[in-house]
Design a protein around this ligand. Sequence first.
Ligand SMILES: [Zn+2]
Length: 383
Amino acid sequence: MDILIKNCNLISMKENHEKYEPNMDIYIKQGKVYKIGKNLDIKADKEIDASGKICMPGFVNTHTHISMSIFRETLDGYSLQDWLNKKIWPMEDKLTREDIYYASLLSIIEMIETGTTTANDQYFMAEDTIKAANELGMRLQVTRTVNDVAGLTEQRINELEELIKNYNNKYDNITLNIGIHGLYTTGEETVKRLIKMAEREKLPVHMHFCENEKETFDIKNAYNVESATDVLEKYFTRTHNILAHVVKVTDEEIDVLSKMKVNVSHCPVSNLRLGCGVAKVQQMLDKGINVSLGTDGQGSGSNLDMFDTMKFTGLLQKGVFEDSKNMDSYEILKMATTNGAKALKLEQKIGTIEEGKDADIIIINLDSVTCNPVRKCILRFSI
Ligand SMILES: [Zn+2]
């Protein structure tokens, strides 16, 4: 099955390349971008007229809890810690594998509808989320989140080991990472074991970090350090790190994160709902930190719509930091595509539209601003 997209307005997100190219054709063969050019004279099994529409790389959502579709906007008025301890964790304890599967299907449909083709998920029973992703053709990076809460550390580490054994390199669209819930929920001994596992398996680490003031305070107390970044400097220097939130950090700590070359997943909607604050995103970008975008789960983030997240990102950085020059629109698109791909170490495959890369492409209809992820949806459903 091959596809020819005709006459699109192309935003390829390629570095040092035209930002916008009108009247372009894209030829897709076996799920990869085979040729890009004007007036391509190729006969394909399926031809899509994209006149007046925009073609761009599918969005990469770098922080989700996919199965939380069933907790969408069920709670309001809680701090992060109360929300987790009193509401979310007791409910999550009751979830079955069937719940995870159907909740994942709901979220993946929501992501496909809003132009996201890749997500970085942090949850549990990931096998059922993988099953849902494979049925709908979504690209995922998944984990089994580990923390020391409820004294189930050993069981959780074993489940993560099992997930890696069974799914690492099994499917082209599924990659894995080491999920550490956070330093405020995971003690030093467990962190050391998980970092060792990440090094052994050569997998990235995905962790919540300094989401609100209390978390940052709790990390300093638990690890007996002056600064939360001291823990990163002690244990996380040899791993590829994806840190979600990074709201409550000082200017000096941003310098440390820059020196460590961490990847930050900015989740503005969730941060607002839980009263956490606003991350210093423009400052982090100026310091060379790779900042990408995440929605978080629907319990705190409301939805998985990256258009919403992009809008909040731009407006907050301009308004809160009182500088209308903050967050140029193209910079926000980079955060939603190429920066996300780099964060997940998938930049060789996705993040831009270019020959040889996987065809994770969305077509944006400017009349209705609805999206059709081409590679996954159209290709899959038309076979
Ligand atoms: Zn989260």
